[in-house]
Design a protein around this ligand. Structure first.
Ligand code: HEM
Length: 206
């Protein structure tokens, strides 16, 4: 078999899956509190009271986990001029014409967009969450601020869930990506096809 290429260390993968698991817990508990239609999720967390108690802690741990992940990948997610060109041509990718896309580095513009969406949404969730966290912090803030915080919290949660759906769909769509995050390696053919500039970089050609 051809030499495999390392894409993620063990630590990064553990970190990523912890964040994913905490996202699931924070998301399900959050939805359960948000609307009665999702109330049945409380059965997974020991009932309504426990769901309300646990939700902010799941959220806090998710943000903490993401901070570590953020510092491992942010440099590779910085926007480059070629990313704008990639975005312009992205409708062709959606039609299955990957050959029409400009060569990209470790992440494509879509992945970068989702990454920054995650970062902004988690920051908003983190800050607004404290403003109405009962019984610890909420009483320190005026009611109007708390109401605005609740609204922003719900909008950021909605966008984060949308972002994760796109993220998971793309991960499954690009065959070989999930293995990068479960085993840590990719094949040279995968790297050459989907991330040619990164492939050249890891081979020392750039
Ligand atoms: C729950 C299901 C999830 C699946 C199946 C999944 C899958 C993946 C896969 C396969 C990759 C590697 C992509 C590549 O190297 O090209 C990846 C990267 C990444 N994932 Fe996830 N993920 C999930 C949830 C999450 C969540 C909830 C977050 C954060 C809120 C997250 C944040 C990231 C980040 C920051 C990267 C690094 C790539 C980048 O910066 O764009 N993932 N994920």
């Amino acid at each position: 078999m051809a030499r495999l290429i390392r894409r993620y260390s063990d630590g990064t993968r553990i970190n990523h899956w912890m964040v994913a698991l905490l996202f699931l817990c924070a998301g399900l508990t959050g939805l359960a509190i948000f609307h009665p239609v999702f109330w049945f999720f409380t059965a997974l967390f020991g009932g309504g009271t426990w769901t309300k108690i646990l939700h902010p802690f799941f959220g806090l741990l998710m943000v903490l986990g993401f901070v570590f992940l953020f510092f491992q990948v942010w440099r590779d997610n910085l926007w480059q001029p070629r990313d704008s060109e990639w975005m312009r041509r992205s409708p062709r990718l959606l039609r299955g014409d990957e050959d029409a896309m400009p060569p990209i580095g470790k992440y494509n513009a879509g992945q970068k967009g989702v990454f920054w969406l995650f970062a902004v949404c988690l920051l908003v969730l983190f800050v607004t969450g404290f403003v109405f966290w009962q019984p610890y912090f909420a009483n320190a803030f005026p009611i109007l601020l708390r109401r605005i915080a609740v609204l922003l919290h719900a909008i950021a949660a909605f966008l984060l869930i949308l972002g994760v759906i796109i993220h998971v769909y793309a991960a499954i769509w690009v065959k070989g990506s999930v293995r990068a995050m479960t085993r840590g390696w990719v094949t040279p053919a995968w790297a050459r096809r989907h991330h040619p500039l990164w492939y050249r970089q890891v081979n020392g050609d750039q």
